[in-house]
Write a protein that binds this ligand. Structure first.
Ligand code: PBG
Length: 330
């Protein structure tokens, strides 16, 4: 039997006020986390060609860009360091050196913003190793899980000491959350939170990021990042990270993995983040620049979709721009 014409879902779509009244998902500037790059040995910010509008920053331009994000209502930034080529080594030692580019920037940003901006640090070795892998290699060239954990702990402590509120291990080593939690606590940093990259896939959508950080990687990360074919495995990763003490869990990339995000949101007792990655950004920018899609509309639609699927926080290179648009809407 049909309920038409009594049941007319279009009634609730008849004008903007009605649509706003019944909108199930709201996006706010405070949901957004802005990933940023700070590079050593440059004296001018340098635009990343495959990510128009995104820069490798100097310390000065970084501060300026954070201020702009803050004015738009963004409350959290995620910093990635780009060392000079000659400072990279097999272990990635600038990662835990207090004078390494990322730790210097963290110190500076914390001094400048205090607790007004939450400062997250990327906790991974790939930017700092000369082979470009997220961990150290054993004698046969394989990524050595347990030897890498010790370095992640040293890196986390250095980042906490430099002023990071949140560390974010993104290397997909087994046991990384537990090791870092223990190391931070033992060093007196019980209040530093851990954003766990729990379900991180070996994704071609990371392409532009490799340019962004001047990655030295040859080959791929398939022995540690997940196979895009797998869903169940992500649920295991999420459960393990929560058991090990993750304060947040994250799914990455975002749009191609909304099912994983929704599943994670359903089971997680801690906040769930999603990372709209470099390739997702680049595709929207490129299609927009060609006039093939309405760039702003697609940007906002992609973000609301990620939120609807279950993200409490969204990492996006669009954070400042999207926040400005959201401010005009209210
Ligand atoms: C690794 C890391 C990567 C990204 C964030 N952290 C790259 C990778 O795993 O190869 C990708 C971010 C993006 O594509 O925007 N430290």
């Amino acid at each position: 039997m049909s309920y038409f014409p009594q049941r007319r879902p279009r009634r609730l779509r008849q004008n903007p006020a009605m649509r706003d009244l019944v909108a199930e998902t709201q996006l706010s500037p405070r949901d957004l986390i802005l990933p940023m790059f700070v590079a050593d040995g440059i004296d001018q910010p340098k635009e990343i060609s495959s990510m128009p509008g995104v820069y490798q920053h100097t310390e000065e331009s970084l501060i300026q860009a954070i201020r702009e994000a803050q004015e738009a209502g963004v409350r959290c930034v995620d910093l990635f360091g780009v060392p000079r080529e000659e400072d990279k080594d097999a272990q990635g030692s600038p990662a835990w050196d207090p004078k390494g580019v990322l730790n210097r920037a963290l110190t500076r940003v914390r001094k400048e913003f205090g607790n007004d901006i939450l400062i997250m640090a990327d906790t991974c070795l790939d930017e700092f190793t000369d082979h470009g892998h997220c961990g150290v290699l054993d004698s046969q060239g394989r990524v050595d899980n347990d030897a890498t954990l010790e370095l992640y702990v040293a890196m986390s402590i250095a980042q906490a000491r430099a002023g990071a509120h949140i560390v974010s291990p993104s290397g997909m080593m087994d046991g990384q959350i537990g090791a870092i939690r223990e190391g931070l606590d033992a060093a007196g940093f019980e209040d530093v939170a851990i954003m766990a990259y729990s379900a991180k896939y070996a994704s071609a959508f990371f392409g532009p990021f490799r340019e962004a950080v001047g990655s030295s990687l040859e080959g791929d990360r398939r022995t540690y990042q997940q196979d895009p074919a797998n869903y169940r495995e992500s649920m295991l990763e999420v459960d393990l990270d929560i058991e090990e003490g993750a304060d947040f869990v994250m799914v990455k990339p975002a749009l191609p993995y909304l099912d994983v995000l929704a599943g994670t949101a359903e089971r997680s007792p801690v906040p769930v983040a999603a990372y709209q990655v470099s390739g997702e950004y680049a595709m929207i920018k490129a299609a927009g620049a060609n006039g093939w899609v309405d760039e702003q509309a697609v940007m906002m639609e992609s973000l609301i979709s990620i939120k609807r699927a279950g993200a409490d926080q969204i990492f996006t290179y669009f954070a400042t721009e999207a926040a400005r648009i959201l401010n005009q809407q209210v």
